[in-house]
Structures are given as C-alpha cells and as structure tokens.
Design a protein around this ligand. Structure first.
Ligand code: GDG
Length: 725
C-alpha cells in the first residue's frame, strides 16, 4: 500500500468558527484513492491563524476529521508569496499576459521561503518511498527542494495552468530557478501536448537540457513528462441531478425564463476568462439581430480581489454590462444578468441544464472545467457549447462551436448560429463530447497520474548496465598494488561549459592533482580532446602523462614536447571536410569550426538549439555519404559533430602506452562516447567508471564530475601522499 501526500497551495476547507470542507474537483478525483490507500493532504490553512494554541487545535481537528496537514503562513508572507509572486507575477505570464505581470524581489524571497516550509513539512511527514503529488504554480520550487531533502520520494507535479511559449516564460526574472525547481520532480504533468511542447522547448533554451517527448534527461535524475487532461467528477454531477433541490431549482428557473433562450457563462472573475470580449460579442449580436428573447446569465465568482488588475476588471465588466442593458433592455427584458457571487452546487447544475447555450470563451485557459460541467449536465444532449480555441478543453471537444475569443464578430455569429441550430444538430454534436467526459473523468485523470508516478523508475541514476558506485566507497582493491589512472577531463573531472575555456580546473581540482602527483605507485594519464596548448597551460608540473586531441599527441612526464602517438597517419581527408564544415558554420549562426591535428570539429553549442540540432543531423548525413571510403569516423557528440581519423582514439593510446608501464590495476574514467574505447581495456582487477547518465561499457558509474573527484579523493585515503621535500 503506497502512501500518497497530495500538496496544494490551499487545503480544501474554509476555516471560520467551524471547519467547512469544500468539495472541489480535486477532492472528488482523489476520493477513490483515499478509500484504499494511506492519504494525506498538505496545504495552507487558508487564512491568518496567529495563536499557536488555535493552530494546534485546528491541526488536530483537520488531521483527525480529514487527514489534512495545515501549514500556517503569516499574512505578510501570504501577500508576497500568494497575492504577489504567484498571482501577480506568475499567473499572468503563464497566461500569455506579460503586460499584467508585476515583479518584486521580495516576493520571490517569500515564495522561496514558503516553498521551503512546504518541503520541510512534507520531508518530515512522508513515509519512506511515499508518493508526493504537488499541484500548480504556487509551488514550482517545491519538487527540487523536496528531492534534495528526501531523494527516496516519488515526486509528481501537475500544472493546472498553461505552460506558455519560451518567448513568454523567459520574461520572468526567476525563470531559471523556477524551471530547476520543477525539474526536481520525477513526473511532470500538463493538460495538453502543446503545454508539454512549450515546456520542453523552454527547458532546452533556458537550461540547455535536451529532452524526448516523454523524458528530460538530467544529471543522474531523469524527469518523466506527460499529458493528463484534467476532467470533472462526473458521478458527483449525475448524482446531484437526481436530487430534489436540483429539480426544484430547475423548475424555478424554467418558470422564470419561460419563453426565453438562456445563454450562460460561469467563471471566476479573472482577466484570462475573456468576459469583456464576450460582452462585446453579445453587444454586436444584439445590435445585429435585435432579438429580445435571449437572456445572458453571467456568474462571475469574486476572485483575488486584493490584486488591482482584478479590481479594474470588475469595473470594466460592470461598465460594459450596464451599457448593454441600458441600450437593449425593455420592460420585462434585461439582457445581461451579471451575478458577482457564487451559487451553490445544485443551482449551478440546474442552470447548466437550463441553458440553451454555454459561452466559454477564455482568452487562454489551462483546461476549463466549466465546458465539461455544462456538457455533463445536459443528459438529453440538447445544448450548444461555444468554446474558445485557447482553452485546453478545445483539444478534447472538437465538436463544440470553436471560436477565437479575440474575434468578437466571429463570436457574435457563433452565438446566432447556436441559437438557430435544430435539436437534431445540437444532439448530434453534443453526444460524443459527453461520452468522452463520462469515460475520461476526474477519477481516471487522478488514477492515471498516480499510477504513472508509482511506476517511475527511481534507479535511473545510472549508465545503463553500469552499477552506481558510491563516491564515499572505493573498492578494497584500491589499497593494493600499483595503479594507473586513465582519466578524461571535460565532463569527467570538470563540468562541461558552454564556453570551453571556462572549464579550467578549479582550485579544488588542482589540490587533488597535487595530492595525486605525490602518491607513490600511481601513474596518471590525462586524456582529452583538447588542444596541446590547453593541456600545457592547465596540467603542467604534476608529472602526468598528457594526451591531447583524443589520442593524437602525447607528452610524457619527462618531456616538454609533444609527439604524435602514431606518426604518419593519413590526414588528406581534412581539406574536403573542412570545406563542408565551414559551409555549415556560414549558414548556422553561432556555430564554428575547430581544427585539430587529426580531427575537425563543428560546434553548435551557441546556435539556436533546435535549428543547430537539425543542421547537425543534416551535416552527419552529408558527411556519411561523402566520406564513406575514407579512413575517418564521424562522431555526433554533445553539441558537436567531429570527424576524426580512425587510427586515433583513446583506446588506441591505451594499447600503445600500456605495455611500457608497470602497474597492477587501472582505473578508466570518462563521460562520453570517445571514452568508451578506453573502457574495453578494463580487465579483472581494474575499474571502469562512466560519469553521468547514458549507455556505457563501463562497469560502474557516478552521477557527476564532483562525485568522480570525491571518488579519487577517497582513493588517496588508501594511498597516502608522500612529499619528498
Ligand atoms: C484552474 C485553471 C483548469 C465557478 N463558479 C461557481 C463554481 N465554479 C466552479 C466551476 C469549476 C471551477 O469553479 C472553475 O474551474 P475552471 O477550470 O473553469 O477554472 P479555474 O478556476 O481558473 O481553474 C483551469 C483548472 O484549474 C483545473 O485544472 O481547468 O484552466 O485555470 O468547477 O464549476 N462552483 C459553484 N458555484 C459557482 O458560482 N458551486
């Protein structure tokens, strides 16, 4: 039985004198799971509770009655974290409205602080290996914070809003931290494949991390990504429609609106929901048709009233409603009924059933549940849904009358058509949408997400086939005999950098080299793809064997000069290849060619990532065709395409140099394909170690260059440094 901790900004309760549970979609979606599994819900209590005694009482009651764990957050933090950062900076950007977005450095500090409070509480509460499901944009940093505190947990994150395009998300001053925060999760879910695509593209452009359609590979921590279109608790609606209260309200509304056509709109009063444009469309419709038999009911639940943009929106809507009513009302007929308050659930269901048309026309909306609720409350199939193409729901409901919410003339025409449709036409279009919702309801949505989260493979901290080696633990054979280390540099001992000269050895690494240099019975080879000059500059003075350009040049410890490992190899192909690579760098802004003795490299790390990747694939195909009879190998590596002589690789160097050396054990360490040729040399008493994720012939792997450094430092414990001076 796997325990689940569900985490959202707020607990689904209202706390006044008593505690009143609220029954949102998420509560119903998780009801099934709660019946059979250990379950807890962590979230903000929803209001200021200052007295520690009252906090204790509430916490106890929430735990015993509902299994909820409240977090008490000060009013000041709520203003900065919730009203400020979440709702005034993130919400508008996630909805493509940067002009509504406000930023304040202090808000981010509070956001970090509150996310951390969530992380600490969950880390404390969660059983080993528990599932944690984090919801929405208020908690984007939480997955990473929690992963760091409790790497055993399976952390899922679901974003209820859209994920916008990179061009929009990049406007946020904390864009990188937010993305890094999310990538601490094991599974990230979105409503639509479009949002997932934007997310991948943003992660690639802002963090340089490549992904596949369902995974983002990371340093020892892969993230699964997926599409889970949220739905509604259909049972709850169907049940309500059998209640006496529902029938009473429906009867009441039918009498009140007898002889009228009813058009409904239901939403939180939010600028993303497109209410002003909808009112403009209604105005255009009334002007064109002059119809007096249509009533528009707008239920606009108050929302985020402390945010100035919401106050301004309310004024704008009220102004537009009164203008329409002033111009088009007659005795006994007021066209727009603007209700700026919530209605109870049975009334809501009755209104949905009553309405001939639902206008759901947000400017942008993650999913929009109202569209689905309207359909489920139409058991006779007699209704028309006008739906914005910018709501996530439009992907699932193509039989709706799909409109562009910015095109008021189109919306007015859609309204006219909707009211003129025949009953057969209405039913024909509504039935398949309703069937879809009945099949894929909220329980299915939650069940699918949780099942995928439970199935996440936590053993991905690997090179496939290789066993993770704990950097604190160097196998006992380390203590024995004479050793030779064959070490790659970039990506193995030092992090890969966008700009290669920035990957110079750190102070810490120099210290490690210094200690290694003074270990008796240890011979060190540094093998790199770098040029001789870099190696001279960075690694001189340690008495290491240096190998540059993937094995072309060798400099023994006793000499200051370099010589080819294998003299006289065929390099005639270079001129032709150089020509092609230069053509590619001309036509791919940001890319460049590096010329080495036995290889040529086209770098596209600074090119636009997708364009660069596409050009690289083209280049590889072209080179393969052109060079098929030449003694070269083409290597498509990390942001590079390299053409090098088949006579040269790190493995060849090992074969050439090893016989002249005396050692009992060897350690081979590398991070990419060019290092795999070395791993083949590892015999019984040797160690081969791959740094970072990916397939490998190495026997062991570690997650990062830092872990590799730790491992080497550990070796020195068995082989004390002896200084002669
Ligand atoms: C976010 C995303 C995504 C509204 N008025 C009343 C009332 N409601 C209920 C509706 C519906 C809910 O509120 C609104 O849900 P939406 O999905 O339409 O929109 P958001 O609140 O913006 O929700 C959205 C959603 O998260 C889920 O992932 O779909 O895109 O923005 O359930 O029925 N309920 C009652 N009285 C009202 O007056 N009882």
């Amino acid at each position: 039985m796997v325990a689940l901790i569900n985490v959202s900004n707020r607990l689904p309760v209202t706390i006044a004198n008593t505690i009143k549970p609220s029954s949102g979609g998420l509560v119903s979606a998780l009801e099934g799971y709660r019946k059979t599994h250990d379950f807890m819900w962590v979230g903000w209590s929803g209001g200021p509770v200052d007295s520690p005694r009252r906090q204790r009482e509430l916490a106890e009651e929430l735990k015993s009655r509902f299994g909820y764990h409240p977090l008490f957050i000060s009013q000041q933090d709520i203003e900065a974290y919730y009203t400020g950062f979440s709702n005034s900076s993130l919400w508008p950007l996630l909805h493509y409205l940067p002009s509504y977005s406000r930023f304040d450095h202090n808000w981010f500090e509070a956001y970090k602080k509150v996310n951390f409070v969530f992380a600490e509480n969950i880390a404390e509460l969660a059983e080993k290996d528990a599932l944690v499901w984090v919801h929405d944009y208020h908690l984007m940093l939480l997955p990473r914070l929690l992963h760091e505190l409790r790497p055993d947990l399976r952390i899922g994150y679901f974003l209820h809003t859209p994920f916008p395009s990179y061009e929009i998300f990049r406007c946020h001053p904390n864009r990188q931290e937010l993305l890094e925060g999310l990538l601490g999760a094991d599974l990230i879910g979105f409503h639509t494949s479009g949002y997932l695509r934007h997310f991948r593209s943003t992660v690639l452009r802002l963090l340089g991390r490549e992904s596949r359609i369902n995974t983002i590979a990371g340093k020892g921590h892969d993230v699964t990504i997926g599409v889970y279109p949220i739905s509604i608790p259909t049972d709850k609606f169907l049940q309500k429609m059998t209640s006496a209260a529902y029938s009473r309200h429906l009867e009441e509304y039918r009498r009140a609106y007898a002889g009228k056509k009813v058009v409904i709109g239901v939403e939180r009063l939010d600028y993303t929901k497109g209410v002003p444009r909808r009112l403009e469309a209604i105005e255009a419709f009334l002007k064109r048709t002059g119809r007096k038999d249509v009533v528009f009911i707008f239920i606009n639940v108050p929302s985020r009233e402390s945010v100035p943009a919401y106050q301004a929106l309310r004024r704008e809507i009220e102004h537009k409603v009164s203008r329409i009513n002033g111009n088009f009302a007659s005795i006994g007929n007021i066209p727009v009924h603007f209700i700026h308050q919530s209605v109870n659930f049975s009334r809501l269901c009755a209104l949905y059933t009553l309405a001939d048309v639902a206008m759901v026309t947000p400017l942008v909306d993650g999913m929009n549940l109202v569209a689905k609720e309207y359909l489920i409350c139409k058991p006779d199939g007699d209704g028309v849904l006008i739906l914005s193409e910018f709501a996530g729901a439009a992907q699932e409901l193509p039989q709706a009358s799909i409109v562009n919410p910015y095109d008021t003339a189109q919306m007015a025409r859609a309204l006219e058509n909707a009211l003129n449709r025949t009953p057969e036409e209405r039913q024909k279009r509504l039935a398949p949408m309703r069937r879809r919702i009945l099949r894929y309801n909220a329980q299915r949505w939650a069940g699918d997400f949780i099942a995928d989260l439970a199935g996440v493979d936590k053993s991905v901290e690997k090179g496939a086939g290789a066993r993770t080696i704990d950097p604190q633990y160097f196998p006992p054979l380390a203590a024995e005999g004479r050793w030779a280390f064959f070490l790659d540099y970039d990506g193995t001992l030092s992090d890969l950098r966008k700009n290669p000269p920035d990957a110079y050895p750190s102070r810490r690494l120099h210290d490690l080299f210094d200690r290694m240099a003074h270990v008796p019975n240890l011979t060190v080879f540094l093998l790199s793809g770098r040029m001789r000059e870099d190696m001279d500059q960075w690694f001189d003075g340690y008495g290491f064997h240096l190998i540059a350009e993937h094995g072309y040049y060798y400099r023994p410890p006793t000499s200051e000069t370099w010589a080819p490992v294998i003299p006289g190899i065929d390099l005639e192909w270079k001129e032709r290849v150089l020509d092609i690579l230069l053509q590619y760098s001309d036509t791919t802004p940001g890319s460049f060619v590096e010329q080495k003795a036995a290889s040529l490299v086209w770098h596209y790390v600074n090119a636009e990532p997708e364009f660069g990747g596409w050009k690289a694939q083209q280049l590889v195909v072209e080179l393969q065709e052109m060079l098929s009879n030449l003694p070269v190998r083409i290597h498509h590596g990390r942001k590079i395409v390299e053409v090098h002589s088949i006579f040269i690789n790190k493995g060849v160097v090992c074969s050439q140099l090893k016989p002249s050396l005396l050692f009992d054990h060897a350690l081979y360490a590398g991070d990419d394909e060019t290092d795999e040729t070395m791993f083949d040399h590892a015999g019984e008493g040797d160690l081969s170690i791959k740094v970072g994720p990916g397939d490998t012939a190495a026997r062991y792997c570690v997650s990062s260059p830092q872990a590799m450094q730790q491992l080497l430092a550990r070796f020195l414990v068995y082989h004390p440094v002896r200084r002669t001076e």
